[in-house]
Every structure is written in C-alpha cells, then in structure tokens.
Ligand binder design. Sequence first.
Ligand SMILES: [Mn+2]
Length: 306
Amino acid sequence: MTLSRKSVEIIGVPSDLGANIRGASMGPAAVRVAGLLDRLRSLGIEAHDLGDIDVPLRERLSEKDHKEKFLSVIASISSKLCDIVEGSVEKGKLPLTIGGDHSLTVGSFSGVSRYFHKKKKKLGLLWFDAHADINTPETSPSGNIHGMPVAIIAGEGHPVLTKIGFPGRKLNPEHTALIGIRAVDETEKKLCRDIGMRVYTLRDIDERGWAVIMREIVEELVDQVDGVHVSFDLDGVDPDYAPGVSTPVMGGLSLREAHLALEMIADTGKLVSMDFMELNPSRDRENQSAHLMVELICSLLGKTII
Ligand SMILES: [Mn+2]
C-alpha cells in the first residue's frame, strides 16, 4: 500500500478554448459532482480544493481572439496555472489539475518543470493519450492548441506558449513517454521522431503486453528521475468506458489497463504533479466518465484493492 502521504491540492481549469469541440470547460464541475474531494478523503488522503482559475467566456472574447484560436488567452491562463502548480510543489503538496482541454498542460507541466529546473533535479513525464498532441502551427490542420502541448513543452510552436515557466524545452525526451497512442497525424510523425521520446502505441501494448511495458517504463524512466508528472487525457481510455471526451478514438486502454498503469506509477512514490484532462460532460452518459476519472485519480494516488 503506497497511499499518497502528500496533501493533494485540486485546481480546476474550466477552459475548452484550445479545442473546436466545446464542453471540456464543464469538466471540473462534473468531477466535483462525481465526488472527487470526498472520495479522496474517504481513502485517508488529505485533500483541498483550491477552486477554479478564472476563464473568460468564449462569447465575450474579441474577433481577434477567435481568429488567433485564443492564443493569448490560453497563454495567460497557462501562466497562472504554471505559478499555482509551482507554488504547490514548492510547499510540498501534490497539485492535481482538472481540465479543461489538454492545452492547459502547458501551464501545469511548466510549473512543476520550473521548480525542478531551479533545484537541478530530473523530472519525468508520462503522457496518456489517444493522440500524440505534437502539432505545431505549421503542421496543424485545425490550428487548435489542444493538439500542440507536447510540441510546446518540447520548445516548438508559438513563442508566447513555449516561454511559459522558462524559455525553451521543458521535457527531457529521455525521460518522457507517450502511452496509449493510436491516432497520429502524418504531419506529426516527423517531430515525434525528431524529439526522440518513447512512444508506446496500442500495437506495442498488444504485441508485448501491458504489464511488461509498464514495468519497462517504471525501471527505465521513472526509477531514473527524481519526480514524475502524469498527464492523463481521458481519451487515452477506450470510449466504451469513457464516452465523455471531445475526440474519441476506438481501441483504447481498457479500464484494467488504465488502473494497472496508474497503480504501478503510484507504487514508485515518484509522483510530484498530475493533470486529468479532456473530460467533456456534454458527450458523457450520466456522468459515468467523470466517475471513472475519480477512480483513476484514486489509483494514481495509491488506492489498492486490499
Ligand atoms: Mn491530449
């Protein structure tokens, strides 16, 4: 049993400005309705809800904002999130960011990354997702920023976003793994190869077995760093289990695979920050995906069956 001894700080970011499909802005509310705080406390985990970061309504933003796909608004929200997450880690707490669309991980990862950078410590990144999220403004067919966060924290893309936290590359490719990937744009493949991170596709999982892959990730990545950030896009899970997402892709992680992965990460005791993103209640059925998200969070915080 490796239940989190750190106190969890919940930060809601009700923004879907990084996406065309709307609704992820309701994610933090749905997770609260699903009982996140009480569930954590019932397990004996100390947890506090810091509330939501202010996000302007899309309807009240200017034509210029709409044209630039809300770039400067997303940058300002991400900078705030970056400061809050860094402050939380600095105090010895465990920040849990609830999205919101996946562009927001630029803020959360930059925050924990700045802390590790200052302390000259090694930070790992485990990115669960159906997509590689590694487009740049040049390669993106849609221009939507939620398809770009991995590129941005690798130092590629809009300068107003790559400079958040500190300028340049925040992820170390050696210590980064994309997991559960099954939908990569042709244009994304080159940057994915150039950066040289570990990428575990569904084919890898099927050929080699999930427990084998997770053990490899733990030994070769998590054990080699001082702390690890988990960024969990709910669309990494199969839409049969998690229908409440904006961009579902069939053939995802099963419930058992997702829980096993998160429990194995919990066992390492290396978790320093996490975000759970892309829950879209407008696509959900009776809040089932929000309840699933709560249970996934519990597994990552060390809940075990016995
Ligand atoms: Mn994503």
